[in-house]
Design a protein around this ligand. Structure first.
Ligand SMILES: Cc1ncc(COP(=O)(O)O)c(C=O)c1O
Length: 394
């Protein structure tokens, strides 16, 4: 038997050098990220999560997850196309399709996978993907992976979308938009985009990650709010991990689209099915959302109250953000609010496409009025002192 000669490497390996240089670059730019695990009973008022309706800890949602885990086991055990397709998935797909007014739904293990699946199965070298400049990273990655030509258009710019569509040489076009943008918190001009797409025979993928639970009657989303359900030029994706308080994602559209995804979407075919507990929790969350529509109204009202008090404009759903002068200022401001008992999101490049660092804040129907007032006081004091520091530095 031939033996491989193993030689001791002298000095740093190529990867050690690469990692050390990348870490030093991040540190210099103030862009290092560290994990700060939280305890199950967080000490801080949370304005950073996406549990918009306060359902992640709802007793019925948690009980459904626990019961499903006991009955079905902890995992789905294989891909949906092998033995991983459960009646729990079918029930959840029916509930989602009913809620969002779509003919069919297909669930995935994450919202990220749902976006990857939809775009990679529907776009190829004979497709142009027209993507909003602020589109979520999962759709950016999906577009790259599809090998389609990607035309990036300015945020919510309908005429730029139209130009990209009419000037295309490709047979097909897929327009990517978020019903409510995940960091900026503004809504997509959906009716105008769909109108343009219809005129140029394109398909609009609407990511309802931040619209489900926060827009439309009973939280059915922005597509339903605009009466665009079942539209031939509209395809919807959603996540189960925000308003529904669980984990997972979904694509919603026609029979033909769902059938195509089952047969062609690699993130569906080569991924273990959604965990039973997550599927049952999302299904229970939909039931609670429909039984308690006041949660949808409350989250919108709280977002408006906080954003107005913090002079951050009028949010279109549950998210809003405040731009800060530098990444370091954003990190420092988030640390200050945290020390005062309020957790806010801190978004810096590369998580923000325009390079502007921001504090991102979210409302949740689960917050009490006292918590909201306390959070407003802490964040506004922090923002005022950040502005003073910036003024002194100039
Ligand atoms: C707009 C948008 N789409 C998709 C996702 C991915 O969803 P998930 O966290 O379920 O993978 C997110 C999550 O951050 C998001 O904000």
């Amino acid at each position: 038997m031939r033996r491989c000669a193993v030689t001791e490497h002298v000095g740093a390996t190529a990867y050690e050098t690469y990692l050390a240089e990348a870490a030093a670059r991040r540190e210099r730019a103030g862009l290092s990220r560290r994990l700060t695990p939280r305890s199950p009973q967080p000490a801080a008022i949370d304005l950073s999560g996406n549990d918009y309706l306060g359902l992640a800890r709802h007793p019925e949602v948690v009980a459904a997850a626990a019961e499903a885990a006991r009955r079905w086991g902890a995992g789905a055990t294989s891909s949906r196309l092998v033995t991983g397709s459960l009646t729990l998935h079918a029930r959840l797909e029916e509930a989602l399709a009913g809620l969002m007014g779509q003919p069919r739904a297909l669930v995935f293990s994450t919202g990220y996978h749902a976006n990857l699946a939809a775009v990679t199965a529907l776009a190829d070298r004979n497709t142009v993907v027209v993507s909003d400049a602020h589109i979520h990273a999962s759709l950016v990655d999906a577009a790259r992976l599809s090998r389609a030509r990607v035309a990036i258009v300015p945020h919510n710019d309908v005429s730029a979308i139209e130009t990209a569509l009419w000037s295309r040489p490709e047979a097909r076009a897929l327009v990517l938009t978020e019903s409510v943008y995940s960091v900026l918190g503004d809504a997509s001009p959906l009716p105008a985009i769909v109108d343009v797409a219809q005129r140029h025979d394109a398909l609009v993928l609407v990511d309802e990650a931040h619209g489900l639970g926060t827009r439309g009657t009973d939280g059915a989303g922005l597509v339903r709010e605009h009466g665009l359900t079942g539209h031939r030029h509209v395809l919807v994706t959603a996540t189960l991990s925000k308003s529904l308080g669980s984990q997972g994602g979904a694509v919603l559209g026609s029979e033909a689209v769902v059938d195509h995804l089952i047969n062609a979407a690699r993130p569906f075919i080569y991924d273990t099915g959604l965990a039973p507990a997550a599927a049952a929790a999302a299904d229970a969350a939909i039931r609670v959302m429909l039984e308690e529509p006041e949660r949808v109204i409350r989250v919108r009202a709280l977002a408006r109250r906080m954003a107005t008090a913090l002079e951050a404009g009028v949010p279109d759903a549950a998210v809003f953000s405040v731009p800060l002068p530098t990444a370091d200022a954003a990190v420092a401001a988030a640390a200050t609010t945290m020390a005062a008992g309020v957790r806010v999101g801190c978004f810096r490049p590369p998580s923000v496409p325009d390079g502007v660092s921001r504090l991102r804040m979210t409302a949740s129907a689960g917050l009490s009025d006292t918590e909201v007032e306390a959070a407003i006081a802490v964040v506004s004091k922090t923002l005022a002192s950040t502005a003073d520091d910036a003024a002194r530095a100039t």
